[in-house]
Design a protein around this ligand. Sequence first.
Ligand SMILES: *Cc1c(COP(=O)(O)O)cnc(C)c1O
Length: 457
Amino acid sequence: MATSSLAERSRQAVWHPCTQMKGHEEHPLRAIVRGEGPWLIDDQGHRILDAVSSWWVNLFGHGFAPIVEAITDQLTQLDHTMLAGLTHAPVVELSERLGALTGLGHAFYASDGASATEIALKMSAHSWRNRGLPGKHRFIGLQGGYHGETAGALSVTDIPLFREAYAPLLRLSATLPSPDLRHAAVGVSADEHTAACVQALADHLAEHHASIAALILEPLVQGAAGMGIYSPAYLSAARDLCKQHQVHLIADEIAVGFGRTGTMFAHQQALDANGQPIRPDFICLSKGLTGGVLPLSAVLTTDEVYAAFWDDRTAHGFLHSHSYTGNPLACRAALAVLDTFDNEDVLARNRATALRLSTLAEPLTRHPRVTAHRHIGMIWAWDIDTTDATFAARFHRTALDHGLLLRPIGNSLYFMPPYVLTETDMQHLVAGTLRTLDQVLAAELPGSSSGHGERLA
Ligand SMILES: *Cc1c(COP(=O)(O)O)cnc(C)c1O
């Protein structure tokens, strides 16, 4: 493939995220010049179906008119203003609407997911301190959990590759057994596995609750662990146990919010004893919040947490700020996303899309080298029987040649597409994936799987 000058200039001047740059000596970057719906178009005119939603952020395709129009309109009024001492309509309206959707009526803003994690962790510990419990400043997370890569977020992330080099910089949290159903031992049922993980959490909280501020988890799907799916029963039990032990529950909905798992927010599939959706103490939102168009994140929390900061003393206030907090353009994009959920029945349409894609993908599910298959909402994953450590990287490169953007995590191949796939798009996705899989397996290298994280794949 010809190396475009843009790709070569990028290799020289741009340090790409979570990338061993040396690899691009041999394998050139792709320069993307246009986006159209779920498609990306490179500078050679190749059309690439964005089957991972550009790192899980895109909901309605690229160039989605309602979002473009909202941002354009906002640009004619107010591009940006600081949010300390000042406010503006887009951030007020967005906060009210997110509060109405979640029951968590206080919204704090940043620009990316990792910052949302940092905010939730700091807010949780500071609220306990303000309430006279300064000893509650530790966090617990789940095995395989991913919450971002800044120092605080990395300390609650359990992806060894991401964490090892930086371990001396971090104050690592305790990691509890993951309810991911793939971890159930042979002969152990899904219910038994879930119950054992609940018991491990109960035991840990009983012993350590006095030093624990919060449990942070990804509701229902552990994305970076390879789209590991677990039972809502675990979430319901975690909600009860945290309440019982005065520990906050932080729902990191950064990847799974905005309809990705079939409900608006994934935690809403976990019910309490009265059959009502559970309410976390914090919800972190980011990826889909603006439909994948502008960087924005939000942390939503409860009246109780908010009240712990309500005081005459500045030092009892929440001490955190980012320059672009509540950027009006990004908030307008988010409002356009919420309008789209209101105006089009996105969740029902996704159910129909998912049914069709699952049917089309049956040959993949039945593929002799697929050892496990899972699906929830608009996420599909297949574990491939291979010990080739280069599987994910080779799959990614080969898929590009078949017009597909796919990045397996270790040996877990997954689809996390925008919600706007047509029948033709879906046929292209499945046919290209099957061709890629067979081509990659035919050129397999023996050796042990690295089981590395998604982003280096
Ligand atoms: C992507 C992700 C993050 C981090 O978001 P960034 O915007 O990449 O910093 C945190 N938590 C989860 C669950 C994610 O998927």
